[in-house]
Design a protein around this ligand. Structure first.
Ligand code: LMR
Length: 326
């Protein structure tokens, strides 16, 4: 009798344990460096809401904004490759180690406007770039926008001569290094999470970023002037890894992909408004320097040597395909 009871108890415990295992949600850790109030942060929240609702809680999305888990440099990319996180949305240039063509985004004055960038993201050239991540165990899921970059400093910057001898924080990128050199300045590559301190302590004199990043990182507390140079872009690649994607059931994979597609729409819908809204708020906190057509032409002409050096490395095919979408 005793042994029958023991068997029943054993079976019940095993059943309970396997039920608990089956009920364990799929956890998607999504790490990023910006705040939640940015184009990337809004799209991330949309993804979370979609996936958790569509899966009835079977899939859970954990958001880690503001570099709290990883920086999105190689540290973050390695964490993704080893499946310690399941989603990363780094700026495109941060993937240059896998394909130098991802530096296209840094080329000065390549994109005409936000719609031009959107047309590129829907093109075959963009799909080919995403596929090139395959060999690293990564899966490129799409591009999300942020927007055009502008410079800040403690002096007004209008023309190339204004940059002479200054140090600017940039992302780690040969193109951006060449860009600053072409302006007579020096690029200082730093992680996004280190920029505020570097500006506050005078390690660098200025920086370049989108209006929403400048506002949400509060650079206006340590920089006096915002020059509306609109000289290049900062946009993202949405990436996951193969280990994670292959671990999903077909139903879960569909929800994941639909969530990415939905977040993609949200990113494009939010980016323009968030950057415009940031400019309005920055106008109350900084001196905003508007460039004349002549100023803009002088800046563009000064940055042309960047193409001589980097267009062959990035590939004229890609650059011309982007130019054809203007
Ligand atoms: C930067 O490093 O400036 C950007 O990549 C930050 C971001 O993700 O928008």
């Amino acid at each position: 009798m005793k042994s029958t009871l023991r068997i029943i108890l054993g079976v019940a415990l095993a059943l309970g344990a396997s039920l608990a295992l089956a009920a364990k949600p799929v956890v998607i850790k999504f790490s990023f460096v910006t705040t939640l109030d940015t184009p990337k942060g809004k799209a991330a929240q949309a993804f979370k809401a979609y996936v958790e609702k569509a899966s009835g809680g079977e899939m859970k999305v954990e958001l880690y904004p503001s570099s709290q888990l990883y920086k999105d440099n190689q540290e973050g990319i390695n964490a993704l490759i080893f499946n310690n996180i399941q989603l990363l949305v780094p700026s495109a240039t941060k993937l240059k180690g896998y394909n130098p063509a991802f530096q296209f985004v840094d080329l000065p004055y390549l994109f005409k406007d936000n719609d031009h960038f959107k047309r590129f993201t829907e093109s075959d050239a963009a799909k080919k770039l995403l596929q090139s991540l395959d060999k690293a165990g990564l899966v490129g899921l799409g591009f999300w926008p942020n927007g055009f970059k502008h410079f800040t400093a403690n002096k007004p910057l209008r023309r190339p001569a204004d940059f002479k001898g200054l140090k600017f924080r940039t992302q780690t990128s040969g193109v951006l290094e060449a860009q600053m050199k072409a302006l007579g300045a020096t690029a200082v590559p730093l992680a996004f999470s280190e920029v505020y301190q570097a500006l506050a302590q005078g390690v660098v004199d200025g920086q370049e970023n989108t209006l929403s990043n400048i506002y949400t990182q509060r650079y206006y507390e340590v920089q006096k002037y915002l020059s509306l140079t609109r000289h290049g872009r900062l946009d993202y690649v949405v990436i996951t890894n193969k280990i994670f994607l292959n671990s999903l059931t077909p139903e879960q994979k569909k929800i994941f992909m639909d969530g990415i597609a939905y977040a993609n729409q949200v990113a494009f819908k939010e980016a323009v408004g968030l950057n415009q809204g940031a400019l309005e708020k920055l106008r109350q906190r900084m001196e905003v320097v508007e460039l004349s057509d002549e100023d803009r032409a002088a800046m563009e002409a000064a940055m042309q040597p960047v193409y001589d050096e980097y267009a062959p490395k990035i590939g004229w095919d890609l650059i011309n395909a982007i130019k054809a979408l203007r």
